[in-house]
Design a protein. Sequence first.
Length: 390
Amino acid sequence: MLRFETAGESHGECLVATLTGLPAGVPVSVAGINRELWRRQQGFGRGGRMKIETDTAEIVSGVRHSQTIGSPVAMIIRNRDWKNWTEVLPVESAPDSEEKKKKLTRPRPGHADLAGAVKYGLPEARYVLERASARETTSRVAVGALAKQFLAEFGITVLSHVVQVGTARLERAVTWDEIVALSLKDEVLLGCVDPESEARMKQVVDEAYRTGDTVGGIFEVRAQGLPIGLGSHIAWDTRLDGRLAQAILSIQAVKGVEIGAADEAAHEFGSKVQDTIHYDQADRRFTRGANKAGGLEGGITNGEELIVRGLLKPISTLRRPLMSVDIETKQASEAAYERSDVCVAPAAGVIGEAMVAIVLAGAMLEKFGGDSLKESRRNYDGYIQQVREF
Ligand code: EPS
């Protein structure tokens, strides 16, 4: 079983991630992990924190001579901002620590602040926001990069692009090559493949900046090269669509998930939305008339491209705050404002890629097993041969 954990506070010493269950012999590129971390930091609309940080992963166990050795991989990513927070978040209490706590007593509507403080019996929300912050996704992207490197050994690639920011929407179909080209760029605006749509998206973010507001959007994650047969229809929790949905919905600020053309399908007759089945005699394989199912039928990959979308609400920290209540005084008060992002759609796409890659790597290992990559590959090759002979 592939499993991962993260730890770390947004302004603590560092972020931590462990990944257990990768077979031995998977090639690991630290530069590849850092490229993913860089991609997560990009985009028009990110906050001031991204100017402070240059996220890089240090692998402290589980990898030797650029290969996994089968034991848990542990990584740390240091917070450069920590030096400004050592007195606010010390591990051991200091004599004058009470005044230095940077209390957050006016919870932000939409943030974990209030529910978290009530639930944990905390007098204010500082420790809640420290962990609820999307800074935690840095660890997930590092883990996702390892999952991607494992998947690459089987010719599987996971990428993303932005299809909507506020009301500005990409209205045309996008090819895989366009998404690949986007992922290789060294400058990221809003992560949209179409310059005209991206310019409209930028106008929406500009407006949010002007008005002290924030804006959400929709990102799309796609995976190419998946074998038919990952996940299973046999039980609710083996269905891969459900597992992907949880992975995407667990990303901060994501409030909805869509697989394939789910929204369109809900409005249409069945004859318009099912992907007809055909057979290519020369190639001896099944083909489809379209891919509205997004590569999943019955919770099983069907060999088509996987398409998963995440629907982001706008970030809940507003420069022009909404009304709230002060936790200490119980008086009506404007919500707290802390440095934050205005739009995170491209970054969320990168995080979505990481989460999808982790789920897919887990599904691959459940199906093909293996304590070494060689063993996983042998099992995989045997299965692919079986599929060809079907
Ligand atoms: C983030 C780092 C955070 C925020 C953002 C995501 O840094 P700071 O709080 O120091 O500005 O910019 O977190 C939130 C959106 C949030 O609601 O907490 C990051 O690394 O992605």
